[in-house]
Design a protein around this ligand. Structure first.
Ligand code: ADP
Ligand code: MG
Length: 352
């Protein structure tokens, strides 16, 4: 009977939907760290502590001193497409890292997630969710801010668990994302600690909150994160055109690298990996570097959120400019100008 073989359309339950979404939002422990640290930054934290164990596979704990989540909002924070950051009316005008309301429900679907939080003037509360099942909110003890603890990432999705790399490689990816976020937020203190004793052990990027100057704070943070040698060989960039501002540091050609590893690009504070932007960087140094060398730079593009679409991918590392030519032109012209001012002549024309 053909009727019995006809496919049946069913509505997936929330747990299944969240596991599917988690596949896009949380690729590996480092993406979970990124989501949680971005939440802490969005909450206005000044100090963010990240503790991990076994490359983040068994434990990721992010502690912040931000605004906190009210007890009655905790279940909502864990439900899909619930966010305090946008009202949905203007997807082009986004000023926060988050806006999809997907990270926490996704993490709660693929791991064991405990959120403890406190808002000023109220008691702290805690909620636990594992494999998509949420317990009742209960009272807790916490002075301020939020602690999000994620244990046994992907235990509920064994297929994904198999794709994890070594603890060392996952810890390295976590260090890398924390470094990028630390560069983007020089006024926030970051403390990353590997409590299982592997990885780099402990890295702290301390913010100097006395010093309000953007370039002083950024330069100090880059010296700490990328290294003193980069900072000592970096040219300050600050240029604007057609509503887009480019600032940051580009290294002298003498500090160039054999691989494109020291290239950090940010759009409205988000670390991005974007071919158009790295292409612009290469073009800017084209006349100053031989073909086997790669420029080193940490560059920030700030513009009105309506000029750039960050909604291209759930992990939000891709961006789309309304007018890519302006961003590209700004990178090429301001770096070329700074390099020429610093007295660097076009070397590639000599080399070729
Ligand atoms: P999104 O960040 O896209 O809004 P999330 O699932 O990451 O979605 O978080 C859901 C909501 O939970 C946020 O909109 C925010 O209101 C709240 N939240 C999450 N993390 C924190 C935090 N560390 N401090 C304060 N509020 C938080
Ligand atoms: Mg978020």
């Amino acid at each position: 009977n053909i009727g019995e073989k006809r496919p049946v359309i069913r509505q997936l339950d929330d747990a299944a939907i969240n596991r599917i979404a988690a596949g896009e939002v949380v690729e590996r422990p480092a993406s979970a760290v990124k989501e949680l640290v971005e939440n802490a930054i969005d909450a206005g934290a000044t100090r963010i502590a990240i503790d991990i164990a076994d490359g983040g596979k068994t434990l990721i704990r992010v502690t912040d001193d931000g605004c906190g989540i009210a007890a009655e909002d905790l279940p909502l924070a864990l439900s899909r497409h619930a966010t305090s950051k946008i009202d949905g009316s203007d997807l082009l005008n986004i000023h926060t890292f988050g806006f999809r309301g997907e990270a926490l429900p996704s993490l709660g679907a693929v791991g064991r997630l405990t959120i403890t939080s406190r808002v000023p003037g109220a008691d702290a509360a805690q909620v636990h969710v594992a494999g998509g099942k949420m317990d009742a909110v209960k009272p807790a003890a916490l002075r301020a801010g939020t602690v999000v603890e994620l244990r046994d990432l992907f235990y509920a999705t064994p297929a994904r668990l198999k794709f994890m790399r070594t603890d060392r490689a996952e810890a390295q990816a976590i260090t890398d994302i924390v470094k990028r976020l630390a560069m983007a937020e020089p006024s926030v203190t970051f403390a990353l600690r590997d409590v299982s004793g592997g990885g780099e052990g402990r890295v702290t990027f301390r913010a100097d909150r006395e010093n309000g100057d953007l370039f002083d704070a950024l330069h100090a943070r880059l010296a700490r994160v990328i290294g003193r040698e980069f900072a000592e060989n970096a040219l300050q960039i600050d240029a604007s055109r057609d509503g887009i501002r480019l600032y940051g540091y580009g290294a002298l050609p003498t500090y160039s690298r054999g691989a494109a590893v020291t290239q950090y690009l940010f759009v409205n504070g988000r670390p991005v990996r974007d071919k158009m932007l790295t292409g612009a960087l290469r073009a800017a140094y084209f006349d100053f570097l031989s073909r086997d060398r790669h420029p080193a730079a940490a560059l920030f593009i700030d513009c009105d959120p309506t000029l750039v679409d960050v909604n291209v991918h759930p992990a939000k590392s891709e961006v789309r400019f309304r007018d890519p030519g302006v961003a590209r032109g700004l990178i090429v012209s301001s770096l070329r100008h700074a390099l020429a001012e610093a007295g660097h002549r076009a070397s590639s024309t000599v080399a070729n």
